[in-house]
Design a protein around this ligand. Structure first.
Ligand code: 5GP
Ligand code: ZN
Length: 113
């Protein structure tokens, strides 16, 4: 999608610190980290949010979960991390390209704020 910052990162048109990638997904460090380890895991293909995903996206969503687990291993965070998506503006979504936040490296409170 032309105006999407995460599509541009996936296309290599905008720089990001990529920590994991495969044919369908990409993970890179968040520009404004909320924990010592904070990566964003995205599908390369533009899907606006989790609720915008369709039945035909099922395989890609599975790959995204696996990519998150692999990213956690790359970042040596596999023993303790949080994976979260903000779905909708009121939930804090500011970039309309599906992404999971992978947070680790500090005590993660529950319930989250
Ligand atoms: P959201 O608020 O949509 O759940 O998460 C969007 C995240 O993307 C935010 O944590 C924000 O810091 C991050 N972000 C926004 N623009 C960029 C960018 O250009 N590069 C990187 N690496 N992260 C970004
Ligand atoms: Zn996009």
């Amino acid at each position: 999608m032309a105006d999407c910052i995460f599509c541009k990162i996936a296309a290599g048109e905008v720089n990001a610190k990529v920590v994991y990638e495969d044919a369908d997904t990409l993970a890179f460090l968040d520009l404004n980290p909320q924990a010592p380890t904070h990566a964003l895991v995205i599908p390369r293909r533009h899907i606006p949010s989790l609720t915008a995903a369709e039945d035909t996206d099922a395989e890609l969503l599975g790959k995204l979960q696996l990519a998150a687990a692999r990213t956690a291993k790359v970042l040596k965070a596999e023993s303790a991390f949080r994976l979260v998506t903000n779905n909708g503006k009121a939930a804090g979504q500011s970039v309309d390209h599906l992404h999971y936040h992978l947070l680790a490296g500090r005590k993660l409170l529950w319930p989250p704020g």
